[in-house]
Design a binder for this molecule. Structure first.
Ligand code: SF4
Length: 457
């Protein structure tokens, strides 16, 4: 299948996708975060709003709101050069155990609140960092204690992020026994040179081994993450990487376009050498590579079901964490720097282990900043996040928020239609492939005026 947004000539060279919205100067990969993970942007969340979280927690439990539970494991074997997360590569087993104990105490406090007591999670997510950095004993003990507080017997999905080099067959078996249903492998590339240059801890043989074990153990769903445009990536190499991913036959593949946020090693090196653009492919090239990959996956029988994912079987392969959060589920999020959301109030925990542990030790919830959303912001949040799926139904927003999206954003929608990014049908707004490849940039047009041009870190 081919897409109007890219083409290969007889030499197989991918033509770069030109997007009318962009100016020449915007095409290089400069420092910044473009990915829209939430709304309003994090820079509006402040410590003075922390009380709003407590107000929700002291209110009665809601009738019809799904609950997710997230735990953040901030440890990694090595810091990748493109990483902007708070990660620790030097903690010993005692320090890690102390951190896990703190996380459980945090969950205990939440379990005693009127808003959360007795609720069972619809989905559970272990993110990081590297959750698979934990030992089998640590994982078993942690999850047993979490289940005592928030039982998993009604849980539809337990998602777990793993770095291939930390996985043994025994650890994967333990993860299956714990109840993990969606194993997500941070493979990023199948090329050892690319992995090394970008500071990844693992190599391709570890990725193949982990995929082999995962397959024989029969996880409900195996996802692999790839990144388009890592340092030293070439078109030929990217194509080989996509073809290798297809040969490995995962249920789901998530593809990110490389961005260079401020607190990365790559940005530090750029600053020291006075460079403005990062030593990675420019945006049109990255979009063309992702477009080529999506076409290739479609030829292999996969379906593109969001701006970042392809799945082998859209009926069977769901991503409950993503879909529920984008429909306004509560997220009880614990651990350092983690992001949560209760009853319309966003919050983020302390971003460093020191203050995080101090607050937990002193009997507090370790919340650093929060933001109580209003009705309009909740509506916009769901609308922009759901647009990342490539299809939204205006009737959903009418029913849930009383908002007619077509009447609410007439100019923006008309502009996106004229540019070929959006089209409209009976109760449908569809995002074209070109739109999907740069969806995060397009979404800012739906933000309230005061939230535009905000930093997304
Ligand atoms: S494995 Fe992930 S969280 Fe850890 S350093 Fe690399 S990018 Fe960051």
């Amino acid at each position: 299948m081919s897409s109007p947004s890219s083409s290969s000539d007889s030499t197989g060279v991918i033509s770069k996708l030109k997007m009318p919205l962009e100016q020449e100067s915007d095409e290089q990969t400069e420092v910044g975060n473009y990915f829209v993970a939430n709304y309003p942007p994090f820079s509006f969340w402040t410590p003075d709003h922390k009380d709003s979280v407590h107000d929700v927690l002291n209110s009665p439990r809601p009738e019809n709101t799904n609950l997710g539970v997230y735990f953040h494991i901030p440890f990694c074997r090595k810091r990748c050069h493109f990483c902007y997360f708070r990660v620790y590569t030097d903690k010993n087993a005692n320090e890690i155990n102390a951190y896990l104990d703190a996380g459980i105490r945090e969950f205990e406090r939440y379990a005693q609140t009127s808003y959360l007591a007795g609720r069972k999670p619809q989905f559970v997510y272990f993110g990081g960092g590297t959750p698979s950095y934990l030992s089998i004993n640590q994982l078993t003990d942690l999850t047993n204690r979490m289940k005592d507080l928030f039982p998993w017997d009604e849980t539809e999905e337990v998602a777990f992020e793993a770095e291939p080099g930390t996985l043994t067959e025994k650890k994967l078996e333990a993860l299956r026994n714990i109840g993990v249903t969606r194993l997500s492998l941070g493979i990023e590339s199948f090329d050892d040179h690319i992995l090394e240059v970008n500071g990844r801890a693992h190599r391709s043989n570890e990725a193949y081994r982990a995929l082999g074990f995962a397959k024989t153990l029969g996880f409900d769903q195996v996802n692999i993450d790839l990144i388009a445009g890592m340092m030293d990536e070439t078109e030929d190499n990217w194509k080989r990487c996509v073809d290798t991913a297809i040969e490995q036959d995962p249920d789901c593949v998530t593809i990110y376009q490389m961005e260079i946020p401020y607190n990365t090693t790559i940005f530090k090196d750029m600053k020291e050498s006075g460079r403005i653009s990062a030593p990675v492919a420019d945006w049109p090239t990255k979009r063309a590579w992702v477009d080529w990959a999506y076409n290739r996956f479609e030829e292999a029988g996969y379906t593109v079901n969001s701006a970042y994912t392809v799945v082998k079987d859209p009926e069977k392969t769901k991503f409950v964490y993503r879909d529920s959060l984008w429909e306004g589920a509560d997220l009880l999020s614990a651990g350092v720097a983690s992001f949560g959301h209760f009853g319309g109030v966003h919050y983020q925990n302390q971003a460093d282990v020191g203050p995080y542990m101090t607050e937990v030790d002193s009997g507090q919830l370790p919340i650093f900043r929060a933001y109580p959303t209003n009705h309009e912001e909740r509506f916009i949040r769901e609308f922009v996040l759901q647009l990342k799926l490539g299809l939204v139904h205006p009737s959903y927003f009418k029913e849930k928020y009383g908002e007619d999206v077509m009447a609410r954003f007439p100019a923006e929608l008309a502009r996106l239609e004229a540019d070929g990014y959006f089209s409209f049908g009976e109760d449908e707004i569809r995002v074209s492939r070109e739109g999907m490849l740069q969806i995060d940039v397009l979404l800012h047009g739906f933000f309230l005026e005061q939230h535009r041009d905000a930093r997304y870190t």
